[in-house]
Design a protein around this ligand. Structure first.
Ligand code: PHE
Length: 459
């Protein structure tokens, strides 16, 4: 059965249906890419790692490592047309290597589960901030009051748990409804709307923030401020923000129609994703400096700077509400990508219904999430290795599992898969194809390995 199918990959069909068009695929991948990573995480880790130099390394990683890995993931997904574990197993064998490549898929499924466990908690904060916006809690508040609002809220594990539970429930509902009915609807308007609102906020930051200080913080590289751990963080962030190296994009690629251009889709997604992250930085840092805040403040950065600005501007309650609603949507469409690989795997491997599978995996993630919920309250002083439980899960996934997954995917697409297979999927064998192949064969694996070993002190 397997080998018969394997000899005829063009006929393979996905069990979960297909995207209805090229645009929906791009929307879904963009929806997965654009999320808390762009607006919440990028500014705060850029801030913690000194700004300019970090941003430069990040951009380098996004375009020269992230994009080729994204293309690899989509092409692998489309060729296998199964969940990431089964796809890697099938293609490993088909390309004359080993079925053991499935472990790359397993690593991805686990990374997705772990990331979603804390992602859902932060998304819960966002959801709770919708309520704080509507009820006008930021109006006229000082930096100190806004800071206290944030720490009081995150320190109250009961409210955070409720928000986390609600968000997980939303995610499970969409995933249980399946690919076409659930995912597509959610992304159609969210990305464009978010972009428009960010542009409006940029206008505010230019008029009322310390714009030039913010810009120079972001774009003047000071390499002295950058450590190898910072470089690793930039690389991890590049993978995280593009949703790559953990099977999400592979799972989405499995539903991609034959004729869609993988290169074109990847370019569109990478540009949209990077644009929104840079925009977020350009909004947030001018506000940080105008209000005498510290850019290295950590995970609370966005939840303090933006409410502060909303509290001062005319119509702030309205804009704040829209902003946090959109951010919740952005987080939602990303969470779908984090859950999909594990659910697709349970459905195909253990013959569960989508509903059952979503509830099972969702329940597990919900439970794991309490580690992060409590990291900001009861267990805030429980620290080991990289800090709180939240810090550790984040470090382990972004800075270790994603780079590892990235190397494996690049090596698989560049060295294991034969030229014919990859050039067939990418629809070309010209200069662009050769450049892609160079990046996945040499640059990506070597660069990731090098940074990785530097950061953990092995080089
Ligand atoms: N890219 C998403 C973000 O930036 C997070 C994510 C990672 C989503 C991996 C899916 C898979 O918020």
């Amino acid at each position: 059965m397997l080998s018969q199918e394997a000899s005829n990959p063009g006929r393979r069909i996905s069990l979960h249906g297909n995207w209805s068009s090229r645009t929906t695929f791009i929307l879904a991948v963009t929806g997965s890419a654009v999320g808390l990573g762009n607006i919440w995480k990028f500014p705060y880790i850029a801030g913690q790692n000194g700004g300019g130099a970090f941003v430069l390394v990040y951009l380098f990683c996004v375009f020269l490592i992230g994009m080729p890995v994204m293309m690899s993931e989509i092409l692998i997904g489309r060729r296998g047309r199964r969940n990431p574990v089964a796809t890697m197993e099938l293609l490993g064998e088909e390309e004359g290597s080993s079925r053991r490549w499935k472990w790359v898929g397993v690593l991805g499924v686990i990374a997705g589960i772990l990331i979603l466990s804390y992602y859902s908690v932060i998304a819960g904060w966002t959801l709770a901030y919708v309520e704080k916006s509507v009820t006008g809690q930021f109006v006229g508040a000082s930096a100190e009051e806004i800071g206290r609002l944030f720490s009081d809220f995150t320190g109250n594990w009961v409210s955070v748990s409720i928000a986390h539970t609600l968000f997980m429930a939303l995610t499970v509902v969409v995933i249980a409804r399946g690919v076409e009915r659930g995912l597509e609807q959610a992304v159609r308007f969210m990305v464009p709307a978010l972009l428009v609102l960010m542009l409006a906020l940029l206008g505010y930051a230019i008029s009322f923030g310390s714009f030039s200080e913010g810009v120079s913080f972001m774009f003047t590289p000071d390499f002295g401020a950058l450590t190898w751990d910072g470089v690793l963080a930039a690389m991890g962030q590049a993978f995280f923000t593009l949703s790559i190296s953990m099977g999400a994009i592979m799972a989405y690629g499995a539903y991609l129609p034959e004729e869609t251009s993988i290169t074109g889709a990847s370019i569109a997604v990478v540009i949209a994703d990077t644009g929104i992250a840079i925009l977020a930085g350009l909004v947030i840092f001018p506000l940080v400096f105008a209000n005498g805040l510290d850019p290295a403040d950590g995970p609370g950065l966005v939840f303090v700077t933006l409410p502060l600005a909303f509290g001062q501007m005319a119509g702030g309650t309205f804009f704040a509400t829209i902003f946090f609603v959109l951010l919740t949507f952005a987080a939602w469409t990303s969470a779908l990508g984090l859950l999909e690989p594990a659910v697709a795997w349970l459905v195909e491997r253990h013959y569960r219904s989508r509903l059952q599978a979503s509830i099972m995996v969702g329940g597990l993630i919900w439970l794991l999430g309490f580690g992060s919920v409590l990291s900001f309250s009861t267990l805030a002083d429980f620290r080991f290795w990289r800090g709180t439980i939240f810090d550790n899960v984040d470090y382990l996934t972004s800075n270790i599992m994603l780079p590892l997954g990235g190397i494996c995917i690049a090596v698989f697409a560049g060295w294991v898969m034969c030229r014919n297979s990859t050039s067939e999927e990418l629809g070309s064998s010209g200069t662009g194809y050769k450049f892609w192949r160079f990046l996945v064969r040499y640059l990506a694996p070597v660069a990731i390995m090098f940074v990785f070993f530097q950061a953990i002190g092995l080089l």
